[in-house]
Design a protein around this ligand. Structure first.
Ligand code: ADP
Ligand code: MG
Length: 607
């Protein structure tokens, strides 16, 4: 700001100095001119006075001197001088003036000077004894005073020079007058200078102060404030500048607010995208990011950071990037043992007709779920093939053994045939389960829901398994809370779920264990059914995947017990079709509890 002031006052000072110099020069010129004229005028007047003085004694002198010449040629200088002196005495002259009368040889005949005795009879060296009158100036070397000298020749009627009137007068009075006038002129000039300086400063101010204001406002505008107008004082060039400035600032403000609006729109689009977005400049420094990007990467992102620092990938994009590139990123997630899989897409942005990118857009997509589903699908196909081939291989090898002669040993043949039948049973079960799952997936399964008394259903299930449990010395019990509502379910399907849960419990609970089937109403109205056992339990790492198709903690063991690994997956589908939930809690080596919820029967359905 102070710089601006300095600059403005400098312009002001320049104007003032230029105008003042001009004024001084013109005042000086005029002054010199006036003084010259005055000097001439005074000198002329002064000489005229001397001339008049000389003229006044011309006639008497002619008379005196020509009479004397006529009477007696031998008259002495002293005689002439006496008469001249008498004439001169009659004159009244100022003390600064001296009149001398000289004879034709320059000898002083008479003088008005007080020291006449020393002068009379001497030769006047300053006078010009010519036929015409003359005016010269002499400086007295002793007093340094200038004297105006005027000489006038006196001639008789024959035209002969008979005398010279010599008048000298100090020029001091003239000089004094002129110096007084000069002083007055200087005073006037000074007054003119001061007043014009004042006016010039005023003028300069009227030019510079609007400029100063505009400069100040422009500087303010540069800081980003566009809501600025300057006052328009006049319609001249400066006024036009001010108007142009005002138009500029309002146009800029309009354009800026439009841009701001666009930017806000874009920002809200970016902010509300369900993908993470990071944009960088051509050097890889982040200029835009959204909340999702931070959430996916699970770290704060600062604008200005480099993309390489933010993205933990081993092969960061080499900038400038030419074509779109995709890569995957595995991030540790806190709550889950599984990694978060992020698909990272780099897209270089090139302005039309340009080869080089100006910015890089990075899109981050959390594809953990998709990846998981994809993996499960692939696993499923592999699993199905494997599960079908195992029994087939077994059957084939037993049949070959029979072919090779075992058929002739009835006991062995019977055993082989039994195994082959068991294996084909397993294949049938497997195919049955697969078909059921695929029908559930394709939503082709029909559910015939009815109001069912849950306690009866549970009692029936417990009855079905009591025999098995007795054999395995497992204590199977039922705990049903009172006031249990009816449930609105497809009984066959829920029976299937219960059968699977109980068969698992029996399968994985060693002799002497305990199984409890319980049912109670939850706070949200749903009825919760649980099957808890004191069996081998499930290790923590397997718990999250236990509902996946074919997922089994111990494949060999499960298979040997006739399991397909599809039971829990089917149970989950069925429970979900009833808008219920199924979950499992387990402690390895201690026991497992599988619970699921069922919808209660609404009053109008029970009728
Ligand atoms: N009550 C349980 N106790 C211990 N492990 C269990 C229990 N229930 C299920 N599991 C584990 O879950 C796996 C999947 O069960 P499931 O889908 O019913 O398949 P399957 O019974 O055919 O093996 C089982 O192989 C077993 O490892
Ligand atoms: Mg099972």
């Amino acid at each position: 700001m102070s710089k601006v002031h300095q600059y403005m006052s400098r312009l002001q000072w320049k104007l003032v100095v230029i105008f003042l110099l001009l004024t001084i020069a013109s005042v000086q010129l005029i002054g010199v001119f006036i003084i010259r004229i005055l000097e001439e005028r005074y000198n002329d007047d002064f000489i005229k006075d001397l001339e008049i003085q000389a003229q006044s004694i011309e006639v008497p002198l002619q008379t005196i001197l020509s009479n004397n010449h006529a009477k007696d040629d031998n008259r002495t200088v002293t005689e002439e001088s006496k008469e001249v002196d008498a004439l001169l005495k009659k004159l009244t002259i100022s003390k600064d003036m001296q009149i001398q009368v000289l004879n034709e040889n320059g000898i002083v005949l008479g003088t008005t000077s007080s020291s006449k005795n020393q002068i009379i009879g001497t030769k006047n060296v300053y006078a010009n004894l010519y036929n015409t009158s003359s005016k010269t100036i002499r400086r007295d070397p002793n007093t340094n005073v200038d004297y105006q000298i005027y000489t006038r020749p006196i001639k008789n009627h024959n035209g002969d020079l008979i005398a010279v009137v010599y008048i000298e007068a100090s020029l001091q009075p003239v000089y004094t007058k002129i110096s007084i006038i000069t002083k007055q002129l200087i005073a006037i000039a000074a007054l003119v200078l001061v007043s014009s300086a004042f006016l010039i400063v005023l003028l300069a101010r009227t030019i510079t102060s609007p400029l100063e204001e505009i400069t100040k406002k422009t500087t303010e505008m540069a800081t980003g404030n566009f809501d600025i107008q300057v006052k328009v004082y006049s319609q001249d060039e400066i006024g036009k500048l001010a108007t142009a400035f005002n138009n500029l600032s309002s146009d800029l403000q309009k354009a800026l607010s439009q841009k701001e609006e666009e930017k806000e729109k874009l920002e809200s689009v970016v902010a509300n995208m369900s993908d993470g977005v990071i944009a960088t400049d051509r050097n890889g420094q982040i200029i835009v990011k959204n909340r999702w990007a931070e959430k996916i990467l699970n770290r704060p992102i600062q604008l200005g950071d480099s993309i390489e620092k933010v993205l933990p990938i081993s092969d960061p994009p080499l900038l400038p990037l030419n074509t779109k590139r995709q890569t995957f990123l595995a991030l540790d997630s806190e709550d889950n043992e599984e990694n978060t899989i992020v698909k990272v897409t780099f897209t270089p942005i090139k302005p039309q007709g340009q080869e080089e990118m100006v910015s890089l857009i990075t899109i981050l997509q959390d594809v953990t779920e998709e990846e998981k589903l994809d993996r499960q699908r692939k696993d499923f196909v592999a699993n199905v093939s494997h599960e079908l081939r195992t029994p087939l291989t077994t059957i084939k090898s037993y049949l070959e053994s029979l072919e090779d002669g075992a058929i002739h040993e009835p006991e062995l043949a019977m055993r082989f045939l039994k195994v082959a039948r068991q294996e084909s049973d397993r294949m049938t079960r497997l195919i049955h389960d697969l078909l059921q799952l695929s029908r559930l997936d394709a939503k082709q399964t029909r559910f015939i829901k009815k109001a069912i008394t849950l306690s009866t259903m549970l009692e029936d299930v417990v009855d079905r398994f009591s025999m098995q449990c007795k054999q395995k010395k497992i204590d199977l019990s039922l705990q049903i809370s009172s006031h249990l509502p009816h449930v609105y379910v497809d009984r066959d399907k829920i029976d299937q779920v219960l059968d699977n849960l109980l068969s698992n419990a029996v399968k994985f609970t060693p002799e002497g264990g305990k199984i409890v089937v319980s049912a109670k109403r939850q706070k949200n109205g749903m009825v919760k059914v649980s099957v808890a056992d004191t069996g081998i339990g499930i290790p923590k790492k397997d718990l999250s995947r236990i509902f996946e198709r074919f997922y089994r903690v111990d494949k060999a063991r499960s298979r040997s017990m006739g399991g397909t690994g599809l039971g829990l997956a089917i149970a989950q589908e069925i429970v979900r079709y009833h808008e219920g939930e199924i979950w499992i809690t387990s402690e390895y080596q201690k026991g497992t509890k599988v619970s699921f919820t069922l919808p209660p029967c609404e009053p109008e359905v029970t009728g």
